[in-house]
Write a protein that binds this ligand. Structure first.
Ligand SMILES: [Zn+2]
Length: 110
């Protein structure tokens, strides 16, 4: 178990402490929730608002605990997957439209 130092009074504090027991210094902002509903919100935002998923994911990755980091990675991976799918669908659509336009042009020239 690693020891952390309070930035204000340099006393050793436990990693899970939010406040220094010696001087009351706030050691870190309150952690983001990793409850099921919070995760659901993060994943839904990643699905529906792709850039937002990366921002949320980065925020979770900055948390010290493993569970938050997992949520962060999941949100970022989900965002990347969604972006790839959207880009692929868009490309397919463009190809489809191109083909149809090409066919119609051929029909006109016949
Ligand atoms: Zn302190």
């Amino acid at each position: 178990m690693e020891g952390l130092l309070c930035p204000a009074c340099h006393v050793t504090v436990r990693p899970e402490d939010y406040f220094c027991y010696n001087c009351g210094q706030n050691l870190r902002p309150k952690p983001l929730s990793t409850s099921f509903s919070s995760q659901l919100v993060v994943y839904l935002k990643s699905l529906l608002l792709p850039p937002w998923g990366v921002i949320l994911g980065m925020r979770y990755l900055r948390q010290p605990d493993r569970r938050s980091k997992l949520v962060g990675w999941a949100a970022i991976i989900l965002t990347v997957v969604i972006l790839v799918v959207v880009i692929k669908l868009t490309m397919n659509m463009i190809t489809l439209v191109n083909d149809q336009v090409g066919q119609q042009l051929q029909n006109y020239s016949l």
